[in-house]
Design a protein around this ligand. Sequence first.
Ligand SMILES: Nc1ncnc2c1ncn2[C@@H]1O[C@H](COP(=O)(O)OP(=O)(O)OP(=O)(O)O)[C@@H](O)[C@H]1O
Ligand SMILES: [Mg+2]
Length: 476
Amino acid sequence: MIKTTVEELCSLHTNLSAEDVSRIKELASHLPLIADLNRANVFIDCPTKEGKYAVVVAEAAPSTTKSVYEKPVVGKFAYEAFEPSVYYTLRTGKPMFLNRALTQEGKTVDQSVVPIMGSRQRVIGTLIMEKDITELVQRQQKMEALSEATEALSGILMGLAENRPIIPEMIEESIFFLDQDGRILYCNPSGTNLIQEIVEDGSWIGKELVAYFPVIQSILTDADELIVQEIKMLKKVFQVKKIELLQQERASGTFIIFKNITELREKERELIVKSVAIREIHHRVKNNLQTIASLLRLQMRRGLPEESKVHFVESLNRITSIASVYEIILSGSSVDDVDLFKLIEKIGNTLVFEAEHEHKHISITYSGSHTRISSNKAVSVALVVNELIQNCVKHAFRTIHQGKIEVIFHSRQEQMEIQVMDNGEGYSPQAKPSLGLDIVKMMIEHDLSGNFSIKRAETGTIASVKFPLNREEVQL
Ligand SMILES: Nc1ncnc2c1ncn2[C@@H]1O[C@H](COP(=O)(O)OP(=O)(O)OP(=O)(O)O)[C@@H](O)[C@H]1O
Ligand SMILES: [Mg+2]
């Protein structure tokens, strides 16, 4: 930027005489000192030829504090609407002090303006000082909010003192306030009820709290100012909180709060019992499925017509795939969901391992994200993927002996996609769907609300299953 001098600006925009200009120039040379001393930005504004505006002819930012302005303002015009104090001083020759103003850069400033007198007592300009008070204003606003909160709080406490309790009345917890010797100064209605469970007499004022509840002795004598502990008394479970109030480093009283958490603990216990029961049921389902599978195997060994064998094997695979879901559930920590990756891996490996008996050399790989899905859905997905991998094993590699199967898991936002690909002969669109693909379509449309596609790829077949995930089903 070209640095413009005071003379240049004055001759360009003002009607000031050479004498006035040199007076302004002289003053401008002291601006940095004035700025540093006052820790403020200072400017000289002079009236323009038409008298409508004022122009900034010199400025200085303080080196002793942060400047109000980030960009230079010399050469800019000041408008009456924005800088009324400058115009007031230019017009009247009177100074104006600590007027609050907002700069064009959005900062709150305190602005002071004094006139600069020239020859024949004419106002030839103004000396302006601006101090950033944004932080001060913010602090004031914070103080106001704080004092409002304090007022509201003392209102509540006054209500307490006047026996007009508002908040403690509504609180379920039993609240006690004790003096330094552990004597009760205040207790809320719930606290009175708790005492009355032990003694009928409700006159607790001045009595020691520990006399009613000996179990809290150790909590009271503990040196910690804040303690949260679970205790059992009156055949219930309580969470006890101790809060010691300090005033100038000395204990001035103690809050003891009892919260009855018996119901919560009871519910937790029930949940544990239930999940143990659910695991037990899963166990039995798995065992029953495995029994059915062994019965089928037994029957196969007893001799079957060759053409029925394949159907037996397929049914067996379907049953073991469902059993796998229960095995995976039982091996994990949760009874409600299953790691889908692990499940499909187990099913795929079993199917490919069985194909070895038929002297087919097939390898299978798995990649992509691990996602937990609900055990309900897992049964349907297990059956679907069982059919798809079984199809690869059965149809893709009739002539090819080094087969590859690839299973890829993609989970995006709330959508899951599983792709089963092989490098075999390729699916023919003319192929007639049989029970296998019918099961796939039915499961996906009815149980998973998703969609299915199967097509021939450059080498082999790509089958893809897409279905929505619930919010609770998460990527691991
Ligand atoms: N991966 C694949 N590669 C080549 N062809 C396939 C593949 N998957 C399916 N097909 C073709 O699609 C047809 C239908 O498959 P589908 O699973 O419905 O029946 P299936 O496997 O013949 O009998 P099943 O009812 O016992 O599963 C198959 O007969 C086969 O021709
Ligand atoms: Mg099939």
